[in-house]
Ligand binder design. Structure first.
Ligand code: F6R
Length: 245
């Protein structure tokens, strides 16, 4: 078991700046980096900071390749709440990423199992992920690997828990509109990344952070599998770190 490195900063703004700094460093060192990306509320500010850097001419993503963690099943890329749309409006469409090198799972594929396998093959073909960004669910999920996800899981269809559906309802007009299933990278997919940075901010994540960092490695807390990776950093604000003691 390896030690998860902790970087605890004052607030969400500082955590976003820190995470953006990790990405900038990676891409400056290796412009053709393969980045694993996350959606959700937590990295929104990070993406804004990256857009500012590119616009100011301080950074280019033109040679980078990206793979997002997940996409809702049934939402086409044009749907405003799809993760395709999220990435387009917050990052890809605002910077110089080559659209041919940005990837998300295809939640509208007829054969979702095959789409999952193809996604894994694309990651392998790209040479694997250099730096994987993660958010953290209050229930301990990473990607949409909900409690119960196994260590050997790969990109596949999963059922979202009621808790996750409720948490994500804020992005939709009505809770009924939240898709019940998603196509997500698995725990094994995530653990193959060469380096992992997880961002968690706010009190609602404190318990999951504590269990992920200090608790037993268990499917009941999917983020605890990160203890088995040799290069993981958690970027936390004080609220999210408050139960670490
Ligand atoms: C998003 C993802 C999820 C989120 C998590 C936290 O691509 O994979 O694991 O990172 O649900 O979401 P927020 O940041 O909205 O609290």
């Amino acid at each position: 078991i390896n030690v998860i490195e902790l970087e605890i900063v004052a607030d969400h703004e500082s955590a976003s700046a820190r995470l953006a700094g990790c990405i900038v460093e990676q891409v400056r060192r290796e412009p053709a980096s393969v980045l694993g990306l996350a959606t959700g509320g937590t990295p929104e500010r990070t993406y804004e900071l990256l857009v500012e850097k590119v616009r100011a001419g301080h950074l280019s993503f033109s040679q980078a390749t990206t793979f997002n963690l997940d996409e809702y099943v049934g939402l086409p890329p044009a749907h405003p709440q799809s993760y395709h749309a999220y990435m387009r409006s917050r990052l890809f469409g605002e910077t110089d990423f080559d659209p041919k090198r940005t990837h998300l799972p295809d939640g509208t594929a007829d054969d979702l199992a095959k789409a999952g396998e193809q996604y894994e093959a694309l990651i392998t073909e790209a040479g694997g992920i250099d730096l994987q960004l993660l958010g953290l669910g209050a229930n301990g999920h990473i990607g949409f690997n909900e409690p119960g996800a196994t260590e050997d899981s790969r990109t596949r269809v999963v059922d979202l828990t009621e808790e996750t559906i409720a948490a994500n309802a804020r992005f939709f007009e009505a809770p009924e509109d939240v898709p019940r299933r998603a196509l997500t990278m698995g725990i094994a997919t995530i653990l193959e990344a060469r380096e992992i940075v997880l961002i968690a901010t706010g009190e609602s994540k404190a318990e999951a952070v504590e269990r992920a960092v200090r608790g037993p490695v268990t499917s009941q807390m999917p983020a605890s599998f990160l203890q088995q990776h040799s290069s993981v950093t958690f970027v936390l604000d004080e609220a999210a770190a408050s139960l670490l003691g």
